[in-house]
Design a protein around this ligand. Sequence first.
Ligand SMILES: Cc1cc2nc3c(=O)[nH]c(=O)nc-3n(C[C@H](O)[C@H](O)[C@H](O)COP(=O)(O)OP(=O)(O)OC[C@H]3O[C@@H](n4cnc5c(N)ncnc54)[C@H](O)[C@@H]3O)c2cc1C
Length: 380
Amino acid sequence: MIGFELTEEQSVYVRTAREFARTRMAPYAAELDRREESFFDWDIVRRFAEADLLGLPIPADYGGAGVDYLTAALVSEELGAGCAGMTVIAGTTWLALISIMLVGSDEQKARYLPRICEAGGRLAALASTETEAGSDIAAMRTTAARRGDCYVLNGAKHYITNAGLADFYVVFATTDPAKRHAGINAFIVDGDSKGLSMGRIEDKMGLRASRNAELILEEVEVPAENLLGEEGTGFLVLMQTLDTARPCLGAISVGLARAAFEAALSHARTREQYGRPLIENQGVSFMLADMATDIDAARLLTWRAAWLTDRAMDSTRASSMSKVCTTETAERVCSQAIDLFGAVAYSRDLPLEKYLRDAKAMTIYEGANLIQRIIISSAL
Ligand SMILES: Cc1cc2nc3c(=O)[nH]c(=O)nc-3n(C[C@H](O)[C@H](O)[C@H](O)COP(=O)(O)OP(=O)(O)OC[C@H]3O[C@@H](n4cnc5c(N)ncnc54)[C@H](O)[C@@H]3O)c2cc1C
């Protein structure tokens, strides 16, 4: 059976997250969007920590809230409506945590998961992408060579969210580039490891509250016990992690689309041209109807993907569908909202143009949408 009622606990999470987004995120969004790339606002991390949002999916045994992925998606939608850029700071932390929760040993979980729940706020990050290895992950050139009790990592990752800020990283490196996927391994790398440094910070189009930068690894010694999962299974770890996390990424996009839609609806009700509110023109009301329908459809796909994930059922196709639908809905709805506002929304005085810039990023990261279409079509 399928039901759409939220549990009492989920309703409380939604209400709390909505209030958090309204009071603790949205008021700062424009300012952080205009910041210099080198500036990072740790206050948002502290606010996330105070609200226990960073450890949301971490099991209670390790100090987290231990919510299921459907609840995490519900919260992600609310935060995404507040500011997608700030939300991905927490979302990327969850991404790294998910790898550890999925395949980490008891010792790895006990060592790393509680750190993120500590007072004050700490971040995590996941580093796979390289300049020559984006969608084609198996082309990565960052190497891991076994030396005694350690693996020694050398290479450079780029466009890494939370780079230079994270307490620890889940880093993907190959023990043998010729083996392609089968050579890839996942490691937990402490942020203060010798030889680990941050390179160029990206001057991004959107999601500017978050930081993306190069992560440079020069002779970084990683204890062998920090290998995540079996040797040679890193590609699988990454795919499982992304499948699991995509409903939350999708939900951020739903929140972003909802924020743009709500602004457009309110504007269409109050803005008068030709002696009547915009919404009294059927063309405008139909456009709003399409936007609302698209957002609902996108939301339902994220809920299904999260529901499957929570039941440990195969969610790969559903997660990719939710990623494609939600992110492209967000891009389209944000653009339509600007259409309904006209010139005022083209200015930075309103958040609409930021919404559109933020939405574009969502179609690219955690697996670009054309790659999601490959995953979906190969499952048909
Ligand atoms: C805001 C943001 C945050 C990010 N954060 C992280 C992070 O925290 N960690 C991390 O590791 N990475 C991160 N990334 C990188 C992201 O995962 C990659 O950008 C993404 O995987 C795509 O890789 P690419 O940019 O190299 O594009 P490419 O792989 O060069 O692809 C370019 C285009 O070609 C398409 N394409 C490629 N191959 C095929 C094919 N075989 N068939 C059809 N189409 C194809 C792609 O879909 C895409 O549209 C982030 C990126 C962004 C924009």
